[in-house]
Each structure stands twice: as structure tokens, then as C-alpha cells.
Ligand binder design. Structure first.
Ligand code: SAH
Length: 223
């Protein structure tokens, strides 16, 4: 629809380019993917705003700038095999699918995985596989990956993810407390890993064996 295309272009100009996102392939993908289709109908008019939005199950679709920043930091050339943790709405998954060969995405909440699968199929993203699981174990059968994107905040870097990254591979992950984190870019080199801080950020918790023990969607506290 013309209206959404116009606001999407404005989103790219005002939220992404003005804040320093430069990679043309990332900008093109963000101009193309219809973000409003990844939120419920009542929220579609707000889909291109400069913020995250609720997607049900106490989870959120990430802010457009955060999606662009994470994607740009992975330096995708188009030939990569990608692992994503936290499919959520599937929006970030679509952006990754535009920019790589194959995307393996893991979500722990059934309703979200189901919805994301449906919308990605209807948009003909045939290079995406979504699995319902605790993603903190990674995806051993498909490893190693060129890049890994984690869309939920973790107390520390799950070591299995580093093991499933190729040498020279890049991982982007929010690390910190439950309510605020630092977005880190990690490169696996021959002799170990090199970490770089990209930005402060606020993500929902990565809940699982190698993440937080309980999510905001569950009762109880972390041990
Ligand atoms: N990129 C998504 C972000 C969704 S929020 C979007 O923009 O829509 C983060 C998602 O991570 C939530 O859907 C949450 O259920 C999921 N998640 C949290 N812990 C997880 C885990 N251990 N494995 C897989 N998914 C997880």
C-alpha cells in the first residue's frame, strides 16, 4: 500500500540514516519489508514509529533502529548461514532473510513461532526455518554459522553459541541485567573472541538453560 510505503521510507530516512546507519543493503531491506504486517491490525498505524511495540505473550517487536543496528553490525554479504534467537514477530527474521542465504530462527513461545511462520510464508520467505525450542543451546545440527543474532537480553554470552560460530563469524547479543543491557558484537577469531560494545539497549530477557531462568511471562524469580 502506498501509504505504508511512504511512512517506511520516512522511517529509514529519519530514524536510520540520520542516526548513522550507512550500509545500503540494510537500508534497502528496511525500505522493503512491510513491518506493519508483523504487528496486530490495531497497531499497524504505529508500526513505523521510533519504538518497540507489543506482540503478545509479554514480548515485543524491536525498535526499527535496533533492528538496523544489529543487522548492520553483522556485515552480511548475502552468502551467509544465519542463526537467530528470539523470532518474536518474525520481522528481524525477514530482514535477515533478505540479506543472507538461509536463516535458522528459534523461538520458545509456541503462539509467536506459529504466527511468525505464517506471515513469513505468506511473504514468500522460503529461506527461513523456525524451530520451537530453547535457543540458548543453539542449533547444533546446522552449525557452524557465519553469524548469530540474539534478539533477547542475556546475563552472559551462552558458550554454546560461540562454539557454533565459524572462525571469523560474528555474533550480536544484548548482555546485562534484566531491565537494561549493552549490545555487544563478538567476533570469533582463531585464538578466542574479540568483543565490542555497540550501544546501550533494552530487550526482553533471553529465557532458558543458558539465559535467565524465568521470563516476564512466568511466575517466580530467578534462583
Ligand atoms: N526480533 C524480534 C524480537 C522479539 S522479542 C522481533 O522484532 O519481533 C524476543 C523474543 O525472544 C521473544 O519472542 C521471546 O519469546 C524470545 N525468546 C526469549 N528467550 C528465548 C530462548 N531461550 N529461545 C528462543 N527464543 C527466546
Amino acid at each position: 500500500m502506498l501509504h505504508f510505503e511512504t511512512v517506511r521510507r520516512r522511517m529509514v530516512d529519519e530514524q536510520l540514516i540520520k542516526r548513522g546507519i550507512k550500509e545500503e543493503r540494510v537500508l534497502a531491506a528496511m525500505r522493503k519489508v512491510p513491518r506493519h504486517l508483523f504487528v496486530e491490525e490495531a497497531l499497524q498505524q504505529r508500526a513505523y514509529g521510533d519504538h518497540a511495540l507489543p506482540i503478545g505473550e509479554k514480548q515485543t517487536i524491536s525498535q526499527p533502529y535496533m533492528v538496523a543496528l544489529m543487522t548492520e553490525s553483522l556485515s552480511l554479504s548475502g552468502s551467509e548461514k544465519v542463526l537467530e534467537l528470539g523470532t518474536g514477530s518474525g520481522y528481524q527474521t525477514a530482514i535477515l532473510a533478505e540479506l543472507s542465504t538461509r536463516v535458522f530462527s528459534i523461538e520458545r513461545i509456541k503462539g509467536l513461532a506459529h504466527k511468525a511462520r505464517k506471515i513469513l510464508e505468506s511473504l514468500r520467505y522460503l529461506n527461513v526455518v523456525i524451530r520451537l525450542k530453547d535457543g540458548t543451546y543453539g542449533w547444533k545440527e546446522e552449525a557452524p554459522f557465519d553469524v548469530i543474532l540474539v534478539a533477547a537480553g542475556a546475563p552472559e554470552i551462552p558458550s554454546l553459541l560461540i562454539e557454533q560460530l565459524k572462525i571469523g563469524g560474528r555474533l550480536v547479543i544484548p548482555i546485562g541485567g534484566r531491565n537494561s543491557q549493552v549490545l555487544k558484537r563478538v567476533v570469533r577469531e582463531d585464538k578466542g573472541i574479540v568483543e565490542e560494545d555497540l550501544s546501550s539497549c533494552i530487550f526482553v530477557p533471553l529465557v532458558g538453560t543458558y539465559g535467565w531462568k524465568k521470563g516476564g511471562d512466568e511466575q517466580g524469580r530467578d534462583e
